[in-house]
Design a protein around this ligand. Structure first.
Ligand SMILES: *Cc1c(COP(=O)(O)O)cnc(C)c1O
Length: 378
């Protein structure tokens, strides 16, 4: 039966295969012994290979060893875990913070911990799969609002009289690179006493001078706001965090199943995240370079007539037509030494090439991509 299902995927050109690197995650990567300029990494600031972070990981491994042996509630965590959480709470100006093992684990653990049957969750139609799964696991009624449409959101909220209402949204949409109108959504949440849950996986380290999307919108997080972010993207590390009120934090420790029933992240990983936050505060140059690289890429693509689908961030989708045409472009770039994969349904509704630009890309590397995009167009 599954063989038939796989054949069906192949026929529809939706069959997926793993791509494995033989090198570090960087602007140039090696795949199958060949080098490619990499436009698919979320390591926006080039932190994944920074010696400050790698050395911090090494030092913590010396002291704490590697495996953490148990969940946080059974002493699997260390002083470093608490230190990282204090650091994040300060960075985000919230009362508290909690580390999670991944962004996926955070979203699928937190949403069901907060919402249950009888509650209503309002969810942007383009939210990340982990948010969708979190909503499903919660057993709350999930009402989907049109992408970034605050009027639609407000109309739907008015119709629902549940005691507990939640608005759940990506801050930066991971496949489109546009930014949710968090200012207006925050205001609606205030007005209707709804709790706002923002997934800032792609805003962390990128927007608001690195402090994230709430900072970008000049919002001071109150007790009604829960921010979730990841260490796995711009921070070049691994894992995720929340930044919230102390009450919500304690509630998550006591009820988020992905937190309670999973082994703590190793101390060395936590140490790397600490070093990454420190680096983000001290070295502001990569963030400036990231945004100027992003500007160079998007303005060039636009002048070639490409549709970048409303991208506002270093995530730059390029729409070129149906699945066949999109795969043709990905294949063309691959043959010329550029890794920029096609993203297809069900990950997205309309197929696209998803480019992510980083601070580590040189002008020449971006120029090479632009030249090839021009040749493809011709
Ligand atoms: C990547 C991503 C996640 C998952 O984070 P991981 O740490 O990779 O598990 C969650 N939400 C969004 C919007 C993401 O882009």
């Amino acid at each position: 039966m599954f063989e038939r299902e796989l054949e069906d995927l192949k026929k529809k050109k939706l069959f997926r295969m793993l791509v494995s690197r033989g090198s570090a995650q960087a602007a140039v990567i090696s795949i199958g012994g060949k080098e490619y300029v990499n436009f698919s990494s979320n390591d926006y600031l080039g932190f994944a290979n920074r010696p400050e972070i790698v050395n911090s990981l090494k030092a913590a491994t010396e002291r704490y060893g590697f495996g953490s042996g148990a969940s946080r509630l059974l002493a699997g965590g260390t002083d470093l875990h608490r230190e990282l959480e204090r650091e994040i709470a300060e960075f985000k100006t919230t009362e508290a913070s909690l580390a999670f093992n991944s962004g996926y684990a955070a979203n699928t653990g937190i949403i069901p911990a907060l919402a249950s049957s009888g509650d209503v969750i309002f969810s942007d139609e383009l939210n990340h799969a982990s948010l969708i799964d979190g909503c499903r696991l919660s057993r709350a009624k999930t009402v989907v609002f049109r992408h970034k449409d605050v009027q639609h959101l407000e109309a739907l909220i008015r119709e629902e009289s549940a005691k507990r209402r939640f608005v759940v949204t990506d801050s930066v949409f991971s496949m489109d690179g546009d930014v949710a109108p968090i200012g207006e959504i925050h205001e609606i949440c205030q007005r209707y006493y709804a709790l706002l849950y923002v997934d800032d996986a792609h805003g962390t380290g990128v927007l608001g001078g690195g402090r994230g999307t709430l900072s970008h919108f000049n919002i001071t997080p109150g007790p009604q706001t829960i921010q979730m972010g990841t260490f796995s993207k711009a921070l070049g590390s691994f894992g995720a965090f929340t930044a919230s009120s102390a009450v919500i934090n304690e509630w998550l420790i006591n009820s988020a199943r992905s937190f309670i029933f999973s082994t703590a992240l190793p101390a060395c990983v936590i140490s790397a995240s600490l070093a990454a936050v420190d680096l983000l505060k001290r070295d502001t140059k990569p963030l400036k370079t990231l945004w100027s690289n992003r500007e160079f890429l998007t303005s060039s693509l636009k002048s070639l007539g490409y549709d970048t689908m409303g991208s506002e961030t270093p995530i730059v989708p390029v729409q070129v037509g149906d699945i066949t045409e999109t795969l043709r472009l990905a294949e063309f770039l691959w043959r010329k030494g550029i890794y920029a994969p096609a993203i297809r349904p069900p990950a997205v509704r309309s197929p696209r090439i998803r480019l992510t630009v980083s601070a580590d890309h040189t002008e020449a590397q971006i120029g090479m991509l632009i030249d090839l995009m021009q040749r493809f167009r011709r």
